[in-house]
Design a protein around this ligand. Structure first.
Ligand SMILES: Nc1nc2c(c(=O)[nH]1)N[C@H]1C(S)=C(S)[C@@H](COP(=O)(O)OP(=O)(O)OC[C@H]3O[C@@H](n4cnc5c(=O)[nH]c(N)nc54)[C@H](O)[C@@H]3O)O[C@H]1N2
Ligand SMILES: Nc1nc2c(c(=O)[nH]1)N[C@H]1C(S)=C(S)[C@@H](COP(=O)(O)OP(=O)(O)OC[C@H]3O[C@@H](n4cnc5c(=O)[nH]c(N)nc54)[C@H](O)[C@@H]3O)O[C@H]1N2
Ligand SMILES: [Mo]
Length: 718
C-alpha cells in the first residue's frame, strides 16, 4: 500500500500528468534563456536526469542563460545562480501568484493563441465553479463571432472568447481565463512581499524579466518544423511544493509557464518524454497522450496500472468513494503515491475501514527514517508481518522486519531498460537510449536478484500466470515475445523477450550484452509535442472542484474534521503551511535539502562519501543557521544544539554559521543520524531531520497527499 518516494513529488506529479502528460518535468536547457527555479537543484546538484542536465546546464550558462533561484538557503543551485531570492519557506505560492497577477493584469504579457488552443482557458465556468455544458454534456465556450455558446470542439467555432461575462441559458458564464485573472488580483507584489520577505520591487522586476524572456508570439524552426519559441522556463520541486499548501502553490508556479505558452515547446518547461513513436524499425515502445471527452490530456504512459488500490493515472479521475483502501486512493482518486497508511493503519475505523493491514512488504525503502517522525511510523506498522528487501539491515529492517531478504546491488545484477520509464531520460532533442545493466561482480553472500525472488514468490503463491500477464502488460509484450502465462521462464529469458519484443529478433539480450545501449534519434513531434496535439492542458482544474465536493461529503459523513478540504480548488491559491503558523516560543523554520554527492540517506553508509562529508564539506552533517540569528542566540560555530519541533521530536547536532540562509531558517541535509547496527559507517553521522516532521492529516495537503516537510522549531544549546 505504499508506493515509492513517499512524499517525493506528489503535487508536481499530478500537474506533470495533467499539463505535461508525464510523471515529472524538466526545463529545455538547449533553448532556454531565462530559468526561474523554485526550491529545486535541477542541473546543479540533484533532481532528475542529474548528470545530463548538469552538462546541459553548463552549456546553457556558457551560452548566457540567466538563472534565478528562489530558495531559503544558498544551496548548490542558488550559489551558482545569477540571482538568489531568499524566500521564507512555504510561501512560494504567494510569489508565483503575485507574478501571475503582474503578467495578466499589469504587464498584459500572456499568450492568447496558446491559451485558446491547447488549454481550457476558454471553457465557460458557471457561478457554481463548474463547466457550463450543453445538453450532450460537452463543455461550452463563447463564440464571439456568432455571439453564441458552442461546444469546445465545434468545427464552426471561429473566435473563442478568453475574457468577458456571458449569459448561457439565463445564467452567468465566464471563460476560465477571466476567473484566473480576477482571482490573481488579490496578490499584489506588496501583499506577496509581506508573506515571502522578497521585496515588491524585486517581484515586479522578476515577473517582467520572465514575461519578456518568454518572447510570446515568436517562432523558431527546428529540423524544418516551425514551432512556438518560448525560451523562458520555470521549474520547481521538493522545496517549493513540499508543504501542506502543495496544490495551490504548485498550480500557481505551473500557470506562470502556461499563461505565456512556455509549455512543451522549445526553451520551455517540458514533460519528461510523454511522446515516443518507438524505434524506427519496430515502432516500440509507443505511447502518446490523448484527449478525454472534455478535450483534456490523458497521459499515454503512467506508473502502475489502473487496478483498484494501485496508482491510476491522475486524469480522468474516478468517482470518489468511501475508502476501502488504507492509502485512501479511492477517496481522493488522483495522487500518485501515498504515505497515508502510516496514519490510517493506527485507527482504520475512523476512516470507515473495517480491517487493519497484516503485512508490510518493503522493497528498498528506509521508511522509518524517510517518512517523518519515526515513532509514528513504528507504532503504525509494528504489529505487521514485515519483509524488508535491502542491501543492509537499515533502521526499518531493525525496527520492523520479521524477514530480511538480501538484494543484489546494482553492480551485481542484470536489468533490462533500467533507465527507460520515469524521469531519467533527459528532455529535449537528442537521442532515445535503451540500455542494459549487467553484473560486473557475482552477488556477494546470499544476495539474490529481487526479480528472481519475485518469480519464486509468484510460484509459491500459485500466481505465476497472473504475474507474467502483468509483465506482458507492463512491457507491452505481444506474441511471439509475450510470456505464456503457464510457462516458467528464467529472468534472463524474460529480459531477452523484453528486448526482442521492443527491438526485434536480432536485438535480444545477447545483442545488448555486447553493445550496451541502443540509440536512435528523437523526432521533433515527439519532443515538442504540444503544437501537434489537440488534447488540452487545464489552467482551470474543474474536476478538483467537482470531485472535491463529493470527497467533502464523504469526509463529513466520516466526521474527519482534521481532513482539510480548503485546498480543493480549481485555481491557484495560497495559504500558510503548518510550519508558518505562529507557535509561542518556536521562532524558526527547519528545512531540508540534498547535497550533490549523497543519494537520499543510504549513501551515508558509503565510507568515501562519509569522508567527504566529514573533511571537506560542512553542509552534509551540520545544522546551518544564519550568522546574525546565531549571534542573537549566543551560538558559535561548532556549538552542539537541540532543534526542537513544535509538533514532533527534537534532534541534536553541531551548528555551522552561514550568511547564505534566510534568517528565520535552519537548514539540515537529507536524513543523517542513522542508528541501525547494520549501517556502521552511517551510524551517528549527520542530523536526523525527519524526527521533526509530524505525520498526521493536519500536516498533509489532501488534494495531492503532500506533507509539510518543514517544521516550526526552536534552537537551543544542548
Ligand atoms: N529529511 C528528508 N526526508 C525525505 C527526503 C529528503 O530529502 N529529506 N526525500 C523524500 C523523497 S523525495 C524520497 S524519494 C524519499 C526516499 O526515501 P527512501 O527511498 O526510503 O530512501 P533511503 O532512506 O535512502 O532508503 C533507501 C533504502 O534502499 C536501500 N537500497 C539501496 N540500494 C538498494 C538496492 O539495490 N536494492 C534494495 N532492495 N535496496 C537498496 C538502502 O539500503 C536504504 O535502506 O525520502 C523522502 N524523505
Ligand atoms: N544528488 C542527489 N540527487 C538527487 C537525489 C539525491 O538524493 N541526491 N534524489 C532524487 C530525488 S528522489 C528527488 S525527489 C529529487 C529532488 O530534487 P530537488 O527538489 O532539486 O532536491 P532538494 O535538494 O531537496 O531541493 C530542495 C531545495 O529546496 C530548498 N527549499 C526548502 N524549502 C523551501 C521552500 O519552502 N521554498 C523554496 N523555494 N525552496 C525551499 C532547499 O533549500 C533545497 O535547496 O532529486 C533527485 N536527485
Ligand atoms: Mo524523491
Amino acid at each position: 500500500f505504499l508506493s515509492d518516494g513517499h512524499h517525493c513529488g506528489n503535487a508536481e506529479h499530478l500537474l506533470a500528468g495533467t499539463l505535461h502528460a508525464a510523471t515529472t518535468t524538466n526545463p529545455d536547457l538547449a533553448y532556454c534563456n531565462y530559468l526561474l527555479i523554485f526550491g529545486c537543484q535541477v542541473g546543479f546538484s540533484g533532481y532528475y536526469a542529474y548528470t545530463t542536465m548538469a552538462q546541459r546546464m553548463a552549456e546553457a550558462r556558457t551560452r548566457g542563460m540567466r538563472v534565478v533561484v528562489v530558495d531559503p538557503m544558498m544551496n548548490t543551485a542558488a550559489e551558482k545562480a545569477d540571482e538568489w531570492l531568499p524566500i521564507r519557506p512555504g510561501s512560494d505560492g504567494a510569489l508565483a501568484l503575485a507574478m501571475l497577477n503582474l503578467l495578466l493584469n499589469e504587464y498584459h504579457i500572456y499568450d492568447a493563441p496558446y491559451l485558446k488552443a491547447p488549454t481550457n482557458a476558454i471553457y465557460l465556468i458557471g457561478d457554481d465553479g463548474l463547466y457550463v455544458r450543453d445538453s450532450a454534456g460537452k463543455p461550452l465556450v463563447w463564440d464571439a463571432a456568432s455571439a453564441t455558446p458552442r461546444p469546445f470542439d465545434d468545427p464552426v467555432l471561429k473566435e473563442p472568447a478568453l475574457e468577458g461575462s456571458y449569459q448561457v441559458a439565463g445564467k452567468r458564464a465566464r471563460p476560465a481565463f477571466e476567473l484566473l485573472r480576477e482571482s490573481a488580483r488579490e496578490w499584489t507584489p506588496e501583499a506577496a512581499e509581506k508573506v515571502t520577505t522578497i521585496p515588491a520591487a524585486t517581484i515586479r522586476r522578476i515577473a517582467k524579466e520572465f514575461g519578456e524572456a518568454a518572447r510570446v508570439g515568436s517562432t523558431i524552426v527546428i529540423e524544418g518544423k516551425e514551432l512556438p519559441y518560448r525560451p523562458a522556463s520555470v521549474i520547481y520541486f521538493k522545496g517549493a511544493h513540499g508543504h501542506n499548501n502543495a496544490w495551490g502553490t504548485s498550480l500557481a508556479i505551473e500557470l506562470l509557464a502556461e499563461v505565456v505558452g512556455a509549455s512543451n515547446v522549445p526553451g520551455s518547461l517540458m514533460g519528461c518524454n510523454p511522446v515516443c513513436y518507438g524505434h524506427p524499425e519496430t515502432g516500440m515502445p509507443h505511447y502518446q497522450p490523448k484527449a478525454d471527452r472534455d478535450g483534456m490530456i490523458i497521459p499515454g504512459l503512467w506508473f502502475g496500472m489502473s487496478q483498484p488500490g494501485t496508482t491510476p493515472p491522475p486524469f480522468p479521475p474516478r468517482q470518489p468513494r468511501k475508502p476501502r483502501f488504507l492509502n485512501l486512493i479511492d477517496l481522493v482518486p488522483w495522487p500518485m503515491s501515498t504515505f497515508l497508511p502510516v496514519i490510517t493503519n493506527s485507527n482504520p475505523e475512523r476512516f470507515g475501514i473495517d480491517y487493519k493491514a497484516e503485512a508490510l512488504f518493503n522493497y528498498g525503502s528506509n521508511l522509518v527514517m524517510s517518512l517523518g517522525n519515526p515513532e509514528t511510523t513504528v507504532n503504525a506498522f509494528k504489529d505487521l508481518f514485515t519483509v524488508c528487501v535491502n542491501l543492509w539491515v537499515d533502521e526499518t529492517a531493525e525496527a520492523l522486519a520479521d524477514i530480511v531478504l538480501p538484494d543484489t546491488c546494482y553492480l551485481e545484477r542484470l536489468d533490462p531498460m533500467p533507465q527507460w520509464f520515469h524521469h531519467h531520460h533527459p528532455v529535449g532533442m537528442g537521442e532515445w537510449t535503451c540500455q542494459i545493466r549487467q553484473p560486473v561482480v557475482p552477488p556477494a553472500y546470499e544476495r539474490r536478484h529481487f526479480s528472481e525472488v519475485l518469480l519464486d514468490l509468484a510460484d509459491r503463491l500459485g500466481i505465476r500466470p497472473d504475474f507474467q500477464v502483468m509483465l506482458n502488460l507492463f512491457y507491452g509484450l505481444k506474441p511471439p515475445y509475450a510470456l505464456e502465462p503457464e510457462k516458467k521462464y528464467a529472468w534472463e529469458e524474460i529480459c531477452d523477450r523484453i528486448y526482442k519484443g521492443w527491438f526485434g529478433e536480432e536485438r535480444g539480450l545477447e545483442w545488448f550484452k555486447e553493445h550496451g545501449t541502443l540509440n536512435w534519434k528523437k523526432q521533433v513531434e515527439e519532443v515538442y509535442w504540444k503544437p501537434f496535439t489537440h488534447a488540452r492542458g487545464p489552467i482551470y482544474f474543474e474536476w478538483v472542484e467537482e470531485r472535491g465536493r463529493k470527497i467533502g461529503k464523504i469526509v463529513r459523513e466520516l466526521g474527519l474534521d482534521d481532513f482539510d478540504m480548503s485546498t480543493f480548488k480549481a485555481l491557484p491559491h495560497w495559504q500558510p503551511c503548518r510550519a508558518l503558523e505562529p507557535r509561542e516560543g518556536y521562532d524558526l523554520q527547519a528545512i531540508y535539502y540534498r547535497v550533490p554527492f549523497h543519494t537520499f540517506s543510504m549513501t551515508y553508509e558509503n565510507p568515501w562519501l562519509d569522508e567527504v562529508s566529514r573533511v571537506t564539506e560542512p553542509y552534509s552533517y551540520f545544522i546551518s543557521i544564519n550568522r546574525e540569528t546565531a549571534r542573537r542566540k549566543g551560538l558559535k560555530d561548532g556549538d552542539v544544539v537541540w532543534v526542537e519541533s513544535a509538533d514532533a521530536g527534537r534532534v541534536k547536532g553541531q551548528v555551522k554559521l552561514v550568511e547564505g540562509i534566510h534568517p528565520e531558517v535552519v537548514g539540515i541535509a537529507h536524513n543523517g543520524g542513522h542508528w541501525a547496527r547494520g549501517m556502521p559507517f552511517a551510524k551517528g553521522k549527520g542530523v536526523f531531520f525527519n524526527a521533526l516532521l509530524a505525520l498526521d492529516l493536519r500536516h498533509t495537503d489532501m488534494v495531492s497527499f503532500t506533507m509539510d516537510c518543514d517544521a516550526r522549531v526552536k534552537v537551543y544549546k544542548a
